[in-house]
Ligand binder design. Structure first.
Ligand code: IPE
Ligand code: IPE
Ligand code: MG
Length: 246
C-alpha cells in the first residue's frame, strides 16, 4: 500500500519513533563510502518530516546518533557530525515555515560545540511553533536517559523535596528527555534488524513495532504510509482481552 487515501485519518499514531538504520549498507551496496549513505539518508529525513506533518502525526522522534555510535571510526563520527550541522543549518528555514518545533533527546553536552550551538539555535527559534514536534535523538541512549532521570529523582529525595513513595510511572516519565510527551504508538526500524539498540527503553513499553528491510536512504513517504497502514491493522490490547478493547 502506498496511497494515503487508504489510511484512516482518525487513527494516525500520535507519536512515531524511527530507528533510521541501513545507511552504511545502502552505500556499500553501491561501492560508495559509508558517509554517502548518511548523506542520502538526510533526504529521507526531509521526506518523512514532511509526510509526518501532512498526515497528522503529532510527534516524530528520529534516532540519529546513539551513545554507542561514538565508538565508530573517528572519520565516520566526524562525517555524521558535519552532516548534522549542515542539516540543522539548511533545514531551519523549512522547519520554521512548516511550523515544526525541534527538540533534542540525549547528551547535548557531548556534541561538538559547533553542532551544539546550531542545535540550540534551531531549538530556540522553533520553540514557539505549534505544529509537529520533531525530537532528534543525538548521542542518545535509553539507559543513559534513565540513569540521568534516576539521579535527578534521587537528588530530590536527598534534598527532602520528594519522598520515595511519591515515585511512580508518571514521575519517572516526567524526568526523561521526553517529559510532557505521550509515549510512541509506533516504532519503525529500517534496515531489517530486530532490536531496539538502546532506543527509548522506557517509552516504547507498549509501542507497536514495525520492522522493514528497506534501508533508510530508500525509505520515503510511500514506505511511511505502509508503516502507518500496518499500524492501523493492529489491535492494541494493553494487557486486556480482545472483547474489552473492541
Ligand atoms: C544508521 O545507519 C545511521 C547511524 C547509526 C548513525 P548505519 O550507519 O548504522 O548503517 P548500517 O547499519 O551500517 O547499514
Ligand atoms: C541504531 O543503529 C542507531 C541509530 C540508527 C542512530 P545502529 O546501526 O547503531 O545499531 P546496531 O549497532 O546495529 O544495533
Ligand atoms: Mg546500523
Amino acid at each position: 500500500m502506498t496511497d494515503s487515501d487508504e489510511l484512516d485519518l482518525d487513527n494516525i499514531p500520535s507519536h512515531v519513533a524511527v530507528i533510521m538504520d541501513g545507511n552504511g549498507r545502502w552505500a556499500q551496496k553501491r561501492g560508495l563510502p559509508r558517509p554517502l549513505g548518511h548523506r542520502q539518508g538526510v533526504e529521507s529525513v526531509q521526506a518523512i518530516v514532511r509526510a509526518g506533518g501532512e498526515l497528522g502525526v503529532k510527534i516524530l522522534t528520529l534516532y540519529a546518533f546513539s551513545t554507542e555510535n561514538w565508538n565508530r571510526p573517528a572519520a565516520e563520527v566526524q562525517a555524521l557530525m558535519g552532516l548534522l550541522k549542515n542539516f540543522l543549518q539548511s533545514e531551519l528555514k523549512t522547519i520554521t515555515e512548516n511550523n515544526v518545533s525541534l527538540r533534542c533527546l540525549g547528551q547535548r553536552e557531548r556534541l561538538p560545540d559547533e553542532v551544539g550551538n546550531v542545535l540550540d539555535d534551531a531549538i530556540a527559534r522553533t520553540a514557539e511553533n505549534s505544529g509537529l514536534i520533531l525530537n532528534l535523538a543525538l548521542s542518545y541512549g535509553g539507559r543513559n536517559e534513565i540513569v540521568r532521570a534516576i539521579r535527578q529523582i534521587a537528588e530530590k529525595c536527598r534534598q527532602g523535596v520528594l519522598a520515595p513513595e511519591e515515585i511512580d510511572d508518571k514521575l519517572v516519565s516526567a524526568h526523561l528527555d521526553t517529559a510532557g510527551q505521550a509515549d510512541p504508538d509506533l516504532l519503525i526500524r529500517t534496515g531489517g534488524e530486530s532490536r531496539l539498540s538502546n532506543f527509548l527503553l522506557w517509552q516504547l513499553s507498549y509501542a507497536e513495532l514495525y520492522i522493514t528491510e528497506t534501508l533508510w536512504p530508500d525509505f520515503r513517504k510511500k514506505d511511511f504510509i505502509a508503516a502507518l497502514a500496518a499500524f492501523q491493522k493492529r489491535q492494541r490490547r494493553f494487557g486486556k482481552i480482545s472483547n474489552q478493547v473492541g
